[in-house]
Design a binder for this molecule. Sequence first.
Ligand SMILES: Cc1cc2nc3c(=O)[nH]c(=O)nc-3n(C[C@H](O)[C@H](O)[C@H](O)COP(=O)(O)OP(=O)(O)OC[C@H]3O[C@@H](n4cnc5c(N)ncnc54)[C@H](O)[C@@H]3O)c2cc1C
Length: 479
Amino acid sequence: MRAALTAELPEEIVLHAEEDLRPFECDGLSAYRRLPMLAVLPSTIEQVQAVLRICYAHDTPVVARGAGTGLSGGALPLESGVLLSLAKFNRILDIDTANRRATVQPGVRNLAISQAVDHLGLYYAPDPSSQIACSIGGNVAENSGGVHCLKYGLTTNNIIQIEIVTIEGERLTIGSPALDSPGYDLLALMTGSEGLLGVIVEVVVKLLPKPELAQCALIAFDDVRKAGNAVAEIIKAGIVPAGLEMLDHPAILATEEFVHAGYPTDAAAILLCEIDGTEGEVADDMARVREVVESSGATDIRISRDDVERALFWAGRKAAFPAMGRISPDYYCMDGTIPRRALADVLIGIGELSEQYGQRVANVFHAGDGNLHPLILYDANQPGELENTEAFGGAICRLCLEYGGTITGEHGVGVEKIDQMCVQFPSAELTQFHAVKAAFDAKTLLNPDKAVPTLHRCAEFGAMHVHHGQLPHPELERL
Ligand SMILES: Cc1cc2nc3c(=O)[nH]c(=O)nc-3n(C[C@H](O)[C@H](O)[C@H](O)COP(=O)(O)OP(=O)(O)OC[C@H]3O[C@@H](n4cnc5c(N)ncnc54)[C@H](O)[C@@H]3O)c2cc1C
């Protein structure tokens, strides 16, 4: 493979020495690590085409990688595969203020887009907490969300066109610069496809005007159930906050010690509720938020007086994951989504599971979207703790499904949730997923064994849907 690649590409962009490959051994889910056979760092679309064409000809699997901040092992390399890094695709190609759009390369960092258009009074709305590092290509591949997605939508609602390279090396433009295009919505299909259908080499994102004013309320509760119910009540009242996030007691403690954001350390839970718009809209909505949370049992409400205080309130939330490093050697970030009205019950259920599995958990999450992020605290150096953590995580996924939710909200399936896919989807649906994959990648070379489990795998996992006592696909060997 090295000879084949270097015959067409500059030798220095094909990495093969162990010390050069080591940085690519894992993504943000560092519990799983593997060295790729080779890593390639192209800087032009023609080079990406060449890599994919050569891999296709040699039946060699390819894993695309953005910034490697993914939390489900999506960019985990394959020992017999090529790791295709898009890190060098880091240029903003065009800013079109008349149409409020930007054309960017996939390796551009999420926050860099907003920074580049800040002087124009514009910004890119989806804001994952990892936005200082994660790439827009990774955001599209994961359909990433963030604090602002409750009001402004996920990545899928904020892009209008992408360019991909297929595994055969063909360039395809998907979507259109117009508001809508006829035919199937392949752009939505590509968004969240976790590197299984094509390699994204260009993205056209929508830009929004920065709101005139934004204020954030820091709301404390003495009971998690009251905080969970307050979230549902705010939405029920017809208010659409620009962000509505929750931290429970363990998360508040760890974060406050780390960032000193002024969080009340005696609270059982806090909500951060941001309202944006014109001065009048913000004043009206904030008054209504106050009314709703007071009648939901809030013990303290503080409203940011200026942008400095607002940034401080958010600084805690944005640093909540790293803050876990102060209280635990390792943490495992789960990601499930549930209907908002079930928030309180599911949080209490997670607390019960925490006792059952004997492991601590901190919750910090996008409450308005019902998107949970239980952080299971563990020590990878203790034999058996990772396995127990994985089992605990699986139980949280099942809990989300019991309440009508899904096993992932925004972090993707990757390798982490692949077995839980067997629990959420019947085999008929998984078969259709494979048919979609085959339409783009018949040889299954793009990020294989991620995101969509084979029926064999589900049979081994023992989690196939059994209808009226009849196991689907009886022809499959059960191991
Ligand atoms: C501290 C922390 C906080 C986070 N907070 C959030 C959050 O609030 N919201 C959220 O949604 N996520 C969050 N994440 C997860 C992660 O940042 C996102 O999933 C992000 O979109 C990944 O981008 P990346 O560039 O790092 O992609 P990578 O990790 O490199 O890759 C992710 C997946 O995308 C594929 N991929 C990457 N680039 C391409 C490409 N050009 N073409 C095709 N496939 C590609 C990879 O194969 C892989 O399957 C967080 C992560 C961390 C570490």
